[in-house]
Write a protein that binds this ligand. Structure first.
Ligand SMILES: Nc1ncnc2c1ncn2[C@@H]1O[C@H](COP(=O)(O)OP(=O)(O)O)[C@@H](O)[C@H]1O
Ligand SMILES: [Mg+2]
Length: 313
């Protein structure tokens, strides 16, 4: 069973400026991004004792300053955030068409795309982490050379005792080709200790016929802890050769499915960091995902998270 040398969690990736419609051409500004959402939920779930940081690159402008101020106020550590003199944060606008949401991005030249260009700076940012989390979106926004840098830094961090968790979160639009997706994600599995894929993504790109297939493929790649999400379906996991399918409790009155997988990751990883068993950690992931599903947007309200029963071994 994986153990963690410390409870310090660092999540690597891109947070963007979010413009979400309020009414009639009026928008609310927020900050979001898959790995950021996971770190944020984990920090809220573990509460004031949490040691959670976000590792990214942003600008030196006022909007970037507002991002740092907000995540710091929400109990997260900004020490791993580097500042780019020439670039800014990416941005996306949510468009509502009835209940359907579409996302429009301005992220091609975001500062976060350079987050792994300097191996020394990145290695320093990751020092002391018990758990390092990233996603396929983190990899997709990097150049091929920067991906290799990131893999090398992750391998070094693992040799130093960190555990690496990875959610493939496959977004074809961000990748050059299907082949690039497959080769990059397969390479990532070589430095992954905990994999947190969603079955529909894996089925589409790796031809897995069932969640059990996804589990088998990732275990065969050497991943010690594999947890396959499947929307309302069972969560299939395999830890050290022990497999189980955990039913997902039904969620009534789903408002918005955005961010459910990111919140699941936070609930699962938070529990594992506390030494809780994988089976109970899956339930913790399902509980946090359910809170996100019940509320609009990618995050559950802080009040809903703090009302959850405390995580205990
Ligand atoms: N319709 C649903 N009913 C209940 N739980 C759900 C539903 N959809 C998602 N979830 C919860 O959210 C988790 C992640 O969902 P999934 O759709 O697989 O991820 P993603 O949001 O990354 O696509 C699931 O494991 C489950 O706990
Ligand atoms: Mg996902």
């Amino acid at each position: 069973m994986l153990t963690f040398r410390s409870r310090k969690m660092l999540s690597i990736g891109e947070a963007m400026v979010e413009m979400a419609p309020v009414s009639d051409g009026l928008y609310r500004r927020a900050f979001a991004g898959d790995t950021f959402n996971t770190a944020w939920h984990l920090a809220q779930r573990l509460g004031p004792g949490a040691d959670v940081g976000f590792v990214t690159r942003i600008g030196q402008d006022q909007m970037s300053n507002a991002f740092v101020a907000e995540l710091t106020a929400d109990g997260m550590d900004p020490a791993g955030i580097s500042r780019d003199p020439n670039r800014k944060m990416g941005l996306y606008v949510i468009q509502l068409d009835g209940v359907e949401r579409s996302f429009h991005y301005w992220r091609d030249s975001s500062a976060a795309r350079l987050l792994a260009d300097d191996p020394v700076e990145l290695g320093r940012a990751l020092q002391g982490a018990g758990l390092i989390h990233l996603s396929g979106i983190t990899l997709a926004i990097l150049t091929p050379a920067a991906r290799q840098t990131l893999f090398a830094v992750l391998e070094q961090a693992r040799q130093d005792g960190a555990v690496v968790s990875f959610d493939p979160n496959i977004r074809p639009r961000l990748w050059a080709s299907a082949e690039e997706i497959c080769t990059t994600l397969s390479a990532m599995l070589q430095v992954t200790d905990i994999a947190l894929p969603s079955f529909d993504d894996e089925a589409a790109h790796f031809c897995d016929a069932s969640p059990a297939d996804t589990v088998r493929r990732m275990v065969a790649a050497g991943v010690r802890e594999v947890v396959v999400k499947d929307g309302p379906g069972d969560v299939h996991y395999c830890v050290d050769g022990h497999t189980l399918a955990v039913p997902t409790p039904p969620v009534n009155a789903i408002r918005d499915t955005t961010g459910a997988g990111d919140a699941f990751n936070a609930g699962y990883l938070g529990a594992r960091l506390l030494g809780i068993s994988p089976q109970i950690a899956v339930a913790s992931g399902q509980t946090l995902a359910a809170e996100v599903l019940k509320h609009p947007g990618a995050r559950a309200p802080k009040s809903a998270i703090s009302a959850l029963p405390p995580l205990q071994i």
